[in-house]
Ligand binder design. Structure first.
Ligand code: DGL
Length: 275
């Protein structure tokens, strides 16, 4: 008898959560993955709590029906606005990105002062600030709504994006926050901007990628959730099995998604979630 490999369901409003899937694949290559991108209804970052919670719960149920044994809410906006609602509605463990991101920031910030960047909705919820203040850190949150469309345009190393980032970070690190020493990437799209943000952020600032922190937390949770299996019984396959579901064009998901995941995307199916 071989032990079943865990199936991890990853949910995002669209393509951005593929940065979280990429981080998960690095840390947990021995799992199977089902990714759900709600591309027909993105962006979530400008929507209300009610709407985001309703969409996210529908997606969580879909992933459970497809066999996910644990859910990763890769979308910062959905985590910030609706993690409690998703967790209450789900029948499997749920991991969001805010707590892991805050924990990682707390461990790298020497001054206990950090800046968090994210969507309008994430920033308005103050989920990151609460998580950071709960760990004794002072936090300033800054909405950077132009960065998502710029990343989706592929302008990850473009002078326009650099100028926009200069303005946002100038405001975020100004006025009493010059000594903040960590920058939390509180949005799925921002890991693609890491090289640019390294150039633009003050030199003493460490960048905290909530995608990477989340992947490490999921790995630890899986070890606790799944009973230890003797090595000889573990089902071995060289590659993880990846299945993708998108609520809008499959072709567009493949094309844009490859940029976020860093390699080609094969098995994408269209799914229509009825309102
Ligand atoms: N996935 C969203 C987030 O991480 C960004 C894109 C959107 O607004 O839907 O907040």
């Amino acid at each position: 008898m071989t032990a079943r490999r865990p199936t991890i369901g990853v949910f995002d409003s669209g393509f951005g959560g593929l940065t979280v899937l990429k981080a998960l694949l690095e840390v947990i290559p021995g799992a199977d993955y089902i990714y759900f991108g709600d591309t027909a209804r993105l962006p979530y970052g400008s929507k209300s709590v009610e709407t985001v919670a309703r969409y996210a719960v529908e997606a969580a149920h879909y992933l459970e029906d497809q066999g996910a044994g644990v859910l990763v809410i890769a979308c910062n906006t959905a985590t910030a606005l609706a993690l409690d609602r998703i967790t209450a509605a789900a029948h499997v463990p749920v991991v969001g990105v805010v707590e892991p991101g805050a924990e990682a920031a707390a461990s790298v910030s020497k001054n206990k002062k950090v800046v968090v960047i994210g969507t309008e909705a994430t920033v308005s919820s103050h989920a990151y600030r609460k998580a950071l203040e709960g760990r004794g850190l002072d936090a300033r949150e800054k909405a950077c709504p132009l960065l998502v469309p710029l990343v989706e345009e592929g302008w990850v190393d473009h002078p326009v994006t650099e100028e926009v980032a200069h303005i946002y970070l100038g405001e975020a690190f100004g006025d009493g926050f010059h000594d903040a020493d960590a920058l939390v990437l509180g949005c799925t799209h921002y890991p693609l901007l890491k090289p640019l943000l390294h150039r633009v952020a003050p030199p003493h600032v460490r960048i905290v990628d909530s995608a990477e922190s989340t992947a490490r937390v999921v790995a630890t949770r899986l070890q606790k959730l799944l009973p230890p299996t003797p090595a000889a019984q573990v089902e071995r396959r060289s590659l993880p099995r990846l299945k993708f579901f998108a609520t809008d064009s499959v072709e567009k998901f493949r094309r844009l998604g490859e940029r976020f995941l860093g390699h080609s995307i094969e098995d994408v199916r269209h799914v229509d979630l009825k309102e």
